[in-house]
Design a protein. Structure first.
Ligand code: XLS
Ligand code: NI
Ligand code: NI
Length: 439
């Protein structure tokens, strides 16, 4: 069997005191936390595009890391990417992966040729999935890279482009079903606009919904029982992306009756680009019953773009896992590392360090979130804060028993609101620190 990552050993759990760079310090996959193993809680996935395809190119320079895996012929390169992907998942104990159609196979001269390339590679992927016991978390179609998508895909002004995108989505759904994927993602690649001077926003949004409806109909007809996801992002590549944030997407889904089939795939870096915290986006999804899956990464608040860094901020991973636990855990979703190593971290070893860092940050976050919940002070404080809605006028408001007239009569009788209680933010922040850092 070919081995590409010769500098990466099989990574084992060694505990928090370990200084071995190739060991997990917190991710102990079989350890049970709150009734489930860490592996079941986290459902880590490898992102095929960053890990097997991303070479570190940026606006100012070419790639620094070669991902042709020793081959020159295009199909041979993509076959080696498959072997490399499974080798890495095996060495890192990552059970799932995610891909775009164009990550796994090269485009041919025609769509028919491209689809044939896909079929050939999917045969190999299927074989290795069985051999290594790995699963597909979700599939998607890359409808943003090729120049044909310069004006968008489903939201393009060009009907031929819409048709081409639809064909891509059809094939990507078929592959997802064939490989047993439980999720299918729509990230609105170039579904947005640069200027309203040339944009029919109404038609573009209707068309975006049309493609999604067609995808649901077709997906269900070929046996896709999982979740469709929209992955919100406010900007980049377009100035204004239609799937701005969870709340915006919710409005869209409800308007077009897509909310039964779609949930959210929430990416940390996209949340901060939208001016929200990651936890805010997770909470909005949870409260609205559309929490689905997570693209685990982190951005840089000093930079205004999607830096897609591997997540190492334990405050963030803790509050993320707090929301995941409160949502009842993942059903079809998981934690996909939509993250890439920095351009200067160019050798294969860096990939191992990056995934280990990310997996440990979430494993630690899971343990700490469980502690915060078991400690109970945060939840008890919040419950107590709203106690006025449990009895008296508050209970009547919640039960829908009172009219504006009734409330006016009540307020007139009150005269004024003279008592309020402190929100104790600083105390609560200190509680979190005292649970997280026990010195
Ligand atoms: C880009 C997105 C993309 C999606 C999948 O910003 O995060 O990678 O996750 O199309
Ligand atoms: Ni993403
Ligand atoms: Ni992103």
């Amino acid at each position: 069997m070919k081995e590409f990552f010769t500098s990466i050993p099989k990574v084992q759990y060694e505990g928090a005191a370990s200084t071995n760079p190739f060991a997990f310090k917190h991710y102990n996959k079989d350890e049970v936390i709150a009734g489930k193993t860490m592996a079941e809680h986290t459902k880590f996935a490898l992102s095929y595009w960053h890990t097997l395809c991303g070479e570190g190119a940026d606006m100012f320079g070419v790639g620094t890391s070669n991902k042709s895996f020793g081959e020159t012929d295009s199909m041979a390169i993509y076959k080696n990417k498959v072997y490399a992907a499974f080798e890495l998942m095996d060495k890192l104990s990552i059970d799932y992966f995610c891909f775009h159609d164009r990550d796994i196979a090269p485009e041919g001269k025609t769509l028919a040729e491209t689809n044939a390339n896909l079929d050939e590679i999917v045969d190999l992927i299927e074989e290795l999935m069985k051999k290594y016991n790995k699963k597909l978390l979700w599939g998607t179609a890359n409808c943003f890279n090729n120049p044909r998508y310069m004006h968008g895909a489903a939201t393009s002004c060009n009907a031929d482009t819409f048709a081409y995108a639809a064909a891509q989505v059809k094939k990507a759904l078929e592959i997802t079903v064939r490989l047993g994927g439980k999720g299918y993602v729509f990230w609105g690649g170039r579904e947005g606009y640069e200027t309203l001077l040339n944009t029919n926003m109404g038609l573009e949004l209707d068309n975006m919904a049309r493609l999604m409806k067609l995808a649901v109909e077709y997906g269900r007809s070929i046996g896709f029982t999982g979740d469709f996801y929209i992955e919100p992002k406010p900007k980049e590549p377009t100035k204004h992306q239609y799937d701005f944030d969870v709340a915006t997407v919710l409005g869209f889904l409800r308007k077009y009756g897509l909310d039964k089939d779609f949930k959210m795939n929430i990416e940390a870096n996209h949340a901060t680009l939208a001016g929200h915290t990651f936890q805010h986006e997770l909470r909005v999804a949870r409260e609205n019953g559309v929490f689905g899956s997570i693209d685990a990464n982190q951005g840089d608040l000093l930079l205004g773009w999607d830096t897609d860094q591997f997540p190492t901020n334990v405050y963030e991973t803790t509050m993320c896992m707090y929301e995941v636990l409160k949502a009842g855990g993942f059903v079809n979703g998981g934690l996909n590392f939509d993250a890439k190593v920095r351009r200067g971290s160019f050798d294969y070893t860096d990939l191992a360090h990056a995934y280990i860092a990310g997996m440990d940050a979430f494993a630690l976050g899971l343990k700490l979130a469980d502690k915060i919940i078991k400690d109970g002070r945060i939840d008890a404080f919040t419950k107590e804060r709203y106690k006025s809605f449990e009895t008296g006028i508050g209970a009547d408001i919640v039960a829908g028993k009172v009219s504006l007239k009734d409330l006016e009569a009540y307020a007139l009788n009150l005269g004024d609101v003279t008592t309020n209680e402190s929100s104790r933010q600083e105390y609560l922040e200190a509680v979190i620190n005292s649970i997280m850092f026990q010195g």
